[in-house]
Design a protein around this ligand. Structure first.
Ligand code: SF4
Length: 318
């Protein structure tokens, strides 16, 4: 699946090969909340989290899922002549409700002939065997992905960012999910937490590479308004990745990453009015960032998994 031009496994290419054409993701907002905000686990949420920074404008209103999906399809069809879609339950924890409620929402999202799959973003502590069994059932007919926020493999970091669960919890739920062979697992990791050294971040890469993950999203840390992290940054500014630093470091991450993973994202973005740092995430287009990373990998004549240890081979539970 790795392209000679890309030097890494591209999630977009993977979908294109699987479905024979480009597949578009449609983000929807199902109005969930999160146990890290409503007091069930903690309050205040993760220190870096401002839901508005990763909720697309057109999904914010509490409009029915069916309508959100249809409006996006109409738009993508007209603008890009799109034909196939994956519905992406994005903001908050999209499995944080009883199964009967979830089933209704997911079925509504899938009720369109052009929808080929479902992608559900959540926390590892908002999943259980009953829900996974349901996803396994759905995966017989649809391309189903569960996206877990891993963020870091350091328990110290997870505590500092008020994540509300430890790495063992993430690991256990990813293993549980991967046991359902038809269900795909996506991991989301953040690099640049102020307490983490380069070595610590690469440890997260090694730990994540050791898990049965299919797709990975690599994000540089953002400081966004109205968050605890923004307050900390104002009180005592800490370094964030500049554009060139991130291109260099994410290329290094790629070299250490499990060569079987498909890379879905290389950086994060946030609305201009909310983003405090780093500003380049708003100024650069995705194409510019990806091009710079490709150039860097090319210049180093390197590729995904170059330094991935064979000992870290994927260990899918039996
Ligand atoms: S788990 Fe997700 S939604 Fe909840 S506070 Fe953390 S980043 Fe925000």
């Amino acid at each position: 699946m790795r392209s000679a031009i890309h030097r890494y496994n591209s999630y977009g290419d993977f979908l294109r090969n699987k479905f024979g054409e480009r597949v578009h993701k449609i983000p929807v907002n199902a109005g969930f909340t999160c146990p890290n905000r409503d007091g069930k686990i903690t309050v205040g949420g993760c220190t870096y989290c401002n839901i508005d920074s990763f909720t697309p404008e057109n999904t914010r209103a509490r409009i029915p899922i069916r309508q959100q999906v249809q409006e996006s399809i109409d738009y993508l069809k007209t603008r890009l002549k799109a034909r196939r879609y994956i519905v992406y339950f994005q903001p908050y924890s999209n499995t944080y409700a009883p199964l009967s409620h979830l089933q209704k929402l997911y079925q509504e999202a899938l009720d369109h002939p052009d929808i080929v799959g479902l992608s559900v973003g959540t926390r590892p502590d908002c999943m259980d065997a009953e829900k996974l069994d349901y996803f396994e059932e759905l995966a017989r007919d649809y391309f189903v992905t569960i996206e877990y926020g891993i963020e870091s493999s350091s328990d110290k970091t997870l505590k500092l960012i008020n994540r509300g669960h430890d790495f063992a919890c993430t690991k256990q739920m990813i293993m549980e999910t991967a046991r359902r062979k038809e269900v795909h697992v996506c991991g989301h990791a953040i690099f640049g937490f102020p307490n983490e050294t380069r070595e610590r971040m690469l440890q997260t890469v090694a730990d994540v590479s050791d898990m049965p993950i299919d797709f990975i999203k690599l994000h540089n840390l953002h400081v966004v308004r109205y968050t605890e992290l923004a307050r900390q940054y104002k009180e005592k500014p800490f370094p964030v990745f500049s554009f060139h630093e991130w291109v260099d470091f994410v290329s290094e991450i790629v070299e250490h990453l499990n060569p079987e993973f498909m890379i879905e994202r290389f950086y994060g973005d946030a609305p201009k009015h909310l983003l405090i740092q780093p500003k380049w995430c708003e100024e650069k287009s995705a194409a510019e960032v990806i091009y710079a990373i490709q150039q860097r990998l090319e210049a180093l004549d390197t590729y995904q998994g170059r330094y991935f240890s064979q000992e870290h081979k994927k260990t899918i539970a039996a």
